[in-house]
Design a protein around this ligand. Sequence first.
Ligand code: SER
Length: 585
Amino acid sequence: MQAKELKQKYLEFFKSKGHAIIPSASLIPVNDPTVLFNTAGMQPLAPYLTGEKHPQGKRLADVQKCLRTVDFENIGDDTHHTFFEMLGNWSLGDYFKEDAIKWSFEFLTSKEWLGLPLSKLAFTVYKGEGDVPKDSESASIWESLGVSKDRIAFLGSDNFWIAGEAGPCGPSSEMFYWTGDSDAPVKFDEEDERWVEIWNDVFMAYNKSEDGSITKLKQQNVDTGMGLERTAAVLLGKKSAYETDLFQPIIKKIVSLSGKDYEDNKKAMRIIADHLRAATFVLAEGLEPSNTDRGYILRRLIRRAIRFGKQLGITTEFTSLIAEVVVSEYCEGYPELKENKNKIISELQKEEKKFEITLEKGLREFEKMATKGNLSGEDAFLLFQSYGFPLEMTEELADERKVKVDAEQFFAAYERHQKLSRTATEGKFKGGLADLSDESVKLHTATHLLNEALRKVVSSDIKQRGSNITPERLRFDFTFDRKLTDEEKKAVEDEVNKVINADLKVVRKEMLQEEAAKLGAQAEFGKKYPDTVSVYLVGDYSIELCGGPHVNSTKEIGHFKIVKEQSSSAGVRRIKAVIRTEGHG
Ligand code: SER
């Protein structure tokens, strides 16, 4: 079965169960200022989950366009995408667990629909916490359908779904498909990555308010989400969605433009395909590349694609040619692509022209810098300022050349420049990159708080092993030899938010290295510092050797949330956290 057929079948199935098929909402959230793009199918429907009447009734199904940028640097592997489509069916105060689960089961297993063997399926349900009880009801429904107890696991926070911090939420039941070469083990094991999550039924009967309290909603809803890319790959027996009809026509075009084959150039080709598919959809919303917010995400998508195009040896202007393939492949479900085709093409051509001139020169400049060894923050800032290289692009190039970039110094240089240009224009004009900088600065201070909170809450032995900041998330690596528990993650988040809300002042001091050490200042392992160091103090909570910049006081940061905790290497864990809420799934 092709991905296109999966979409059709899904909608057909839910139509046969009395659902109205609604078109995808815009990628840009209408009522939610906390997110830049829709990150889950339920986001545009949030008002209807809390009681507003939907004009098309109480049973809806759709394919929603979504975009997530938290995992930007992972694009190119088998499973990550920025833009993706989410299949979903909704009950707005109509059916609940019984029907939702029975229909999920029927769609997955019935020969008439997907016909997946039960022997390859497993299910998870919520184990309960606080005001929300253990979901034995869902477990019994799965059992009544013939699922063995071994294939039903009761889990914690992974089975409680909420988009961001507050709003409609509830326990969920996830469906997993076995992708291993051997027969599926009798018992489901959540740690075994060969079990791939394909669908999530959320029983949205609760609302979480800003203060963290959970109350029952007026109505009991169902929100389900099936990631099209992942499910299509699994159903087709492919390791990756890039090898399905969702991407193959795009990849074929890249192959023909570059004259290279896919097998040897997977990463670059996948990045180009992913980023330009996403950029085409974003451009269809009427957005243009710029240096702030959504426009900056768009710019980074296009520029990174161009950079990898160059690496593949494509010498002609190519981004608009790829976009043409995206438009023709996707316009059936998304008429906005055709309607805005001219604008999409011309914006891409414009951006590519603009970047082409500086990319070539910038790459030469980068080569010169990298031959000498690690790049200073000033080097990275020069590439940013004069050649339009986003910091992460320089970091990626440096990674490939096995040299390092001093990101902290980059931010400091950046801030100095901002201040200068602000003074120069007597404050009448706020630099175009102000928003980008604000986000990164907030995340930078949040990184210091996280560093300290981990030691306070989890273990005093924890040491920082690295960090990396993009405008949308922080990444923090630290020494620790096991997965954090749900309780620990929550306690760390609470601790960081407590410090944020205490509105502590952030102060920079210069002192001798010995003096800083005496005060217990944190320093990064293995990093060389000068004799006189710059130290940042957050109230009396945290003290760290650091070049800045930081917010003036912690309340400016906003709300802190951990979105991922995973292994980075032996004995080192990695946390990704955001201050702008981004849904998870
Ligand atoms: N909101 C849930 C998710 O995104 C189900 O749609 O996974």
